[in-house]
Design a protein around this ligand. Structure first.
Ligand code: PLP
Length: 395
């Protein structure tokens, strides 16, 4: 019997990084050597004191369900952390802890967006924004990020997209996949456009600590905006804890209650020992984070220099996160075709810009969350493969 899927499944998108990783693993099983520059996760180990805290927590019995919104002490640690880093007053009742910050996005849209409500989100952008917006029946209002504008919002275009039907505006700074950041003036202009409407801002700040030039500015810090903002952040990127599945959201307490209800209907809670480890991470020494960011900065220089040396490739220097987003449109505007070639013929896994929306046409995304040697080897292979590459349409 063929299974008949519920209609809503037809609306759900995906994160191509996981698909490309699976294809790369398949090639590896066939004996090919692949350099992995596709997946967006720090290659560092979780700092030892965090792991030790989790082991102790397991021994101390944190192996059971916790309250749906999280252990109070962990919510307090997040509240203190966000108060410190965003300079806004946050209390535990503003915080929900979830198994991966993705849930904050899903729950925010499930709780707030009705079919036909408009959702504005960056294109190129993290593909789950569009996927979930479509899933809840939203009317999609992508805002194009252009290279000539340093992949920031065109504010006139943004203002033209926001109106009475807008329910949610998603911003992401530092940005995946472009590495761009919204300046304070950009953020203030976004806030000014949103405040007269009924829209809320989902501010994806998962890369807030991974910035190389200037400090990211949270829209929640703009006067009047804390109540209108849902901050999405988590442990995955800052503390190299992707597999621990701890994310958090900061928002109005009544929205925390709705999200807790969604937690009760889905995961019940984030793992208790992961939450205790979160306290150790946020309240403990931050030198491992500083060292990781310094290493990312060195790698950024290596990959950007290498890419810009290749014929037909230009790449802006990312201001945050750990992705290079080179323009390869002179070689091949159909980025997927080129990414497939680089994987199959070049032995380098990367993502097509179009995995992040139509605005990514003519771009590729390389993650530099890999060691310097692998990045150099990856770039050597890309250079060689590009010399052999024949575009679909001869120029
Ligand atoms: N937001 C952005 C922009 C991301 O790149 C990611 C992960 O790649 C996430 C959110 C989700 O992270 P997690 O669910 O591991 O907290």
């Amino acid at each position: 019997m063929n299974l008949e899927w519920a209609q809503r499944m037809g609306t759900l998108g995906t994160e191509t990084a996981f698909e490309v990783l699976a294809r790369a693993r398949n090639l590896e099983r066939q004996g090919k050597h692949i350099v992995h520059l596709e997946i967006g996760e720090p290659d560092f180990d979780t700092p030892a004191h965090i792991t030790e805290a989790a082991i102790k927590a397991m021994r101390d019995g944190y192996t059971h369900y916790t309250p749906a919104a999280g252990i109070l002490e962990a919510r307090q640690a997040v509240a203190d952390y966000v108060t410190r880093t965003r300079r806004i007053p946050v209390k535990p009742e503003h915080v929900i802890i979830v198994p991966g910050s993705k849930n904050v996005l899903l729950f925010a849209m499930l709780a707030l967006v009705n079919p036909g409500d408009e959702v504005v989100y960056p294109d190129p952008g993290y593909p789950i924004y569009e996927s979930v917006a479509r899933f809840v029946g939203a009317t999609l209002r992508p805002i194009r990020l252009r290279e000539e504008n340093d992949f920031r919002f065109d504010l006139d275009e943004f203002r033209s997209l926001v109106g009475p039907r807008t329910r949610m505006v998603v911003i992401n700074s530092p940005h995946n996949p472009c590495g761009s950041m919204l300046d304070r003036a950009d953020i203030e202009a976004v806030a000014a456009a949103v405040l007269p409407t009924r829209a809320l801002v989902l501010s994806d700040e998962i890369y807030a600590q991974i910035a190389y030039e200037g400090e990211p500015y949270s829209i929640a810090s703009v006067p009047g905006m804390q109540d209108r903002t849902i901050i999405l952040d988590g442990m995955s990127k800052t503390y190299a804890m992707t597999g621990w599945r701890v994310g958090f959201g900061v928002m109005r307490p009544e929205l925390v209650e709705r999200m807790a209800q969604l937690m009760i209907n889905s995961s019940s809670c984030a793992a208790g020992f992961s939450q205790i480890a979160t306290i150790a991470a946020l309240n403990g020494p931050q030198d491992a984070v500083t060292a990781m960011v310094a290493e990312f900065k060195t790698r950024r220089q290596i990959i950007i220099d290498e890419l810009n040396r290749m014929d037909g490739v230009t790449c802006r220097s990312p201001r945050g996160a750990f992705y290079a987003f080179p323009n390869v449109s002179v070689i091949e505007p159909e980025s997927k075709r080129l990414a497939d070639f680089l994987l199959e013929e070049g032995g380098v896994a990367c993502l097509a810009g179009t995995s992040f929306g139509a605005g990514g046409r003519g771009f590729l995304r390389f993650s530099y969350a890999n060691n310097q040697e692998n990045i150099r080897e990856g770039m050597r292979r890309v250079r060689g493969a590009l010399q052999r590459y024949r575009p679909a349409v001869a120029r």
